[in-house]
Design a binder for this molecule. Sequence first.
Ligand SMILES: *Cc1c(COP(=O)(O)O)cnc(C)c1O
Length: 412
Amino acid sequence: MKRRDIIKRLGFLPLGAGVFGSMLPFSAARGESTRTQGAKRNLLKELGIRTFINAAGTYTAMTASLMHDEVMEAIEQSAKEFCMLEEVQDKVGEKIAKMVHAEAAMVTAGAFSALTLGMAGILTGADQKKVKQLPHRLEESGMKSEVILQKAHFDGYEHALANTGVTIIPVETAEDVDRAVNEKTASMHFLNWHAPEGKIQHEEWLALAKKHNLPTSIDIAADVPPVSNLWKFNDMGFSFVALSGGKAICGPQSAGILMGKKDIIAAARLNNFPNSVTIGRGMKVNKEEMLGMYAALDRYINQDHDKEWKMWEDRVKTITSEVEKINGVTTTVTVPPIANHNPKITISWDSNKIKLTRRDLGRKLRKGSPSIEVMSWGDDQHSIDLTVFMLKSGQDKIVAKRLREELSGGNV
Ligand SMILES: *Cc1c(COP(=O)(O)O)cnc(C)c1O
């Protein structure tokens, strides 16, 4: 067979396994070349992970918040260098402490671990033997073992303190506190966002602690804005303050800040990674998150908060004015006074006119394109709640449009 004939014949050959197989490296090579030409892989798409417009809020399960460019830059730069972890914590902690009016500060794996480590610091002080003992047999090792908390301040997060081995003692009045204090009492804890429901407010709580010579702690995890809350409780004199980094501050989701008295922060660090026989060894924060947390806090403190609030109000207006065009729909806007202090929209509808429940609407928004999450859990009431502070620019219009479509049954 002449060479020309062979080529001719091959051209008419059916796509057998041999031919098909020989083409595989070609397509793989093509894929490779598109990537090197600049088209980045999108792992979210590749793995089929649903992304959505977050009109719900900084919920941990929804990955809470998105990081700004300054934070990503801090992460990217530091990812390419080695440093001593303790030196990063020293330098970042020093800067953060100044920013929040605290004697000392450290980056933790969220507010939850800040609570555990701060508590551990109170219990052990600088005693290495005690550090190794936590969370077991506190009393045998000469440690205190009880923490006083107002009944109204139980919300589940006190578990972070209990993880050190302490027992939480509930109280209601100042007299209860006086009765509860004994030789086992380690500290008095306060949950900021439940303050209005408690009988004892911050100043009186601190005065009682002073009277009994006890350290104090406060959980302000989700309590910025206002930005002034970053230093308010340090100024008041709480021994340690726990803050989430990945909520409204938009730091890395797995980061948080423990701030307060020098001795407590130093002791908290003894109880933390990279030290191995500690309660905090599993609460590792990498250098990227430490620096990312610092970058996020710096940006947050220096941003124009009035301008941001105005932007939220504009978004609220975009959404409420659009859905109010529908017969039977009303809206109200409220701002929680403490914790997640930003405008919350409640959209309610007349169930005689619109046959939808809260869950129905939530499901339709989730399944729509683009997918949208609102606060749709709870009973079958005829209303839905949403926030605008986690929206990206322009998404308020999309949310408004989708809500109008679903609430009007497609008759827009
Ligand atoms: C979110 C939250 C926490 C936990 O914060 P993380 O940063 O997720 O660890 C603790 N307490 C309260 C009141 C919270 O809202």
